[in-house]
Design a protein around this ligand. Structure first.
Ligand code: HEC
Ligand code: HEC
Length: 335
């Protein structure tokens, strides 16, 4: 739009050029958005299967003797610990049960293996320094604060209103930090056409049970391998990733070479194997939906915590397509 105004003022361009520029600008504006990475539940799109679920029916997962109703599974102060014998160390109370109305159990959203879901984030293996810095940033409101009207942004801003004590943060950070990192992404599939999906309760994207396909349209589509296990919050049931054709190679080039100055080689700060370096976090094998949100948030300034400025040079010149490509490539790496 700005370009068009300039052209009119200088009067140096023909109508044909004006139309061409206008068309280009409109195309860019129409394409420029990654809102799909900020999932929002739309109840009108829920399939019959989800509507038919009985919240009081008992459920379980293979290998566990525990039984829980969906209502209990969704309790943010008492999420199901399906495999209590699997823990490498006793689970801190704040992780398993939270503490009063302002502190929900970390495991409710980040899981008992700390692998998280595409709509939240992984925490396993991140350093104590990194986790406590993020918590302080959330508290100060400097990071991932709500901006715009997107419901997801308003919703996730509650990490900003969260009030665990410093001791609880320390305990949670120590525990998540010591968790072994699991391989959570089973496959990255490049394609132009993806299964039709919808955002379910809990804001997770699922394959539509009635089938159908749709164009990928520049998105990353990340869906659980197993709907039953994912809605039961199974701590080890992972995700399948669909990415636009050609995005993995393009992402590899950007990540490993900086793409001719478009960005900075990520290993400079994130470590040779992208598994983290000091308190700079791991990138290898993390949820690509989460990566798209973070790169976009750094780019827009929504994520501007204590060390957020270090990411600015890496993201300033990235297009949405670059961000999607980088996320797709990182998802192919061993965590
Ligand atoms: C109701 C869901 C929910 C609960 C409960 C929750 N979180 Fe989060 N957390 C989120 C979401 C959503 C994000 C990701 C926001 C984004 O996409 O930027 C997040 C992000 C984080 C991050 C940033 C991760 C990174 O790689 O930068 C940390 C650290 C974190 N949470 C720690 C905790 C701790 C510790 C607890 C428990 C005391 C907790 N969370 C409880 C939803 C939750
Ligand atoms: C100059 C150092 C530097 C470079 C180069 C850099 N990063 Fe970062 N990155 C950081 C720091 C520091 C953080 C943590 C910021 C914070 O604490 O909020 C970070 C955070 C991130 C996060 C958020 C991770 C999480 O768990 O929330 C992503 C994603 C990321 N970087 C991707 C990249 C990619 C992709 C590249 C290369 C294209 C890159 N970074 C290059 C320093 C860097």
């Amino acid at each position: 739009m700005i370009k068009v105004c300039t052209a009119v003022r200088t009067g140096g361009l023909s109508v044909k050029w004006l139309i061409a520029i206008l068309a280009l600008t409109t195309a860019l504006v129409a394409r420029a958005d990654v809102e799909w990475a900020y999932p929002v539940l739309d109840e009108s799109l829920l399939p019959q299967r989800d509507l038919d679920l009985d919240p009081q029916a008992l459920r379980s997962v293979p290998g566990s003797s525990l039984q829980r109703t969906q209502e209990q599974i969704d309790d943010h102060w008492n999420p199901p610990d399906w495999f209590p014998d699997d823990h490498y160390a006793p689970v801190p109370d704040v992780v398993a049960h939270g503490d009063g109305p302002n502190v929900r159990a970390c495991a409710a959203c980040h899981g008992f293996m700390g692998a998280g879901h595409p709509e939240s984030s992984h925490l396993a293996g991140l350093t104590v320094g990194y986790i406590t810095r993020q918590m302080a940033d959330f508290r100060s409101g400097a990071q991932r604060s709500p901006s715009g009207s997107s419901a997801m942004r308003l919703d996730r801003s509650w990490m900003n209103t969260f009030e665990p004590t410093l001791e609880q943060i320390e305990q949670a950070a120590e525990w998540f930090s010591g968790l072994p990192v699991i391989d959570w992404i089973d496959e990255v599939i490049e394609t132009d056409t993806v299964p039709r999906t919808y955002i379910g309760d809990g804001r997770m994207r699922h394959v539509h049970p009635d089938g159908g396909t749709e164009p990928i349209d520049g998105r990353i589509v990340e869906v659980p391998q197993d709907w039953e296990l994912a809605t039961a919050r199974h701590p080890r049931s992972g995700f399948t990733v669909y990415a636009p054709t050609g995005s993995v190679a393009r992402g590899e080039e950007l990540v490993t070479t900086g793409g001719d100055g478009r960005t900075i080689e990520c290993f400079t700060c994130h470590g040779q194997d992208l598994k983290g370096f000091g308190d700079t976090p791991r990138l290898a094998g993390i949820s690509p939906t989460y990566v798209v949100r973070q790169l976009n948030d750094f780019r827009t300034g929504d994520r501007a915590g204590t060390l957020g400025s270090l990411m600015l040079l890496a993201v300033t010149n990235l297009t949405d397509e670059d961000i999607v490509a980088i996320a797709a490539y990182l998802a192919t790496l061993d965590p």
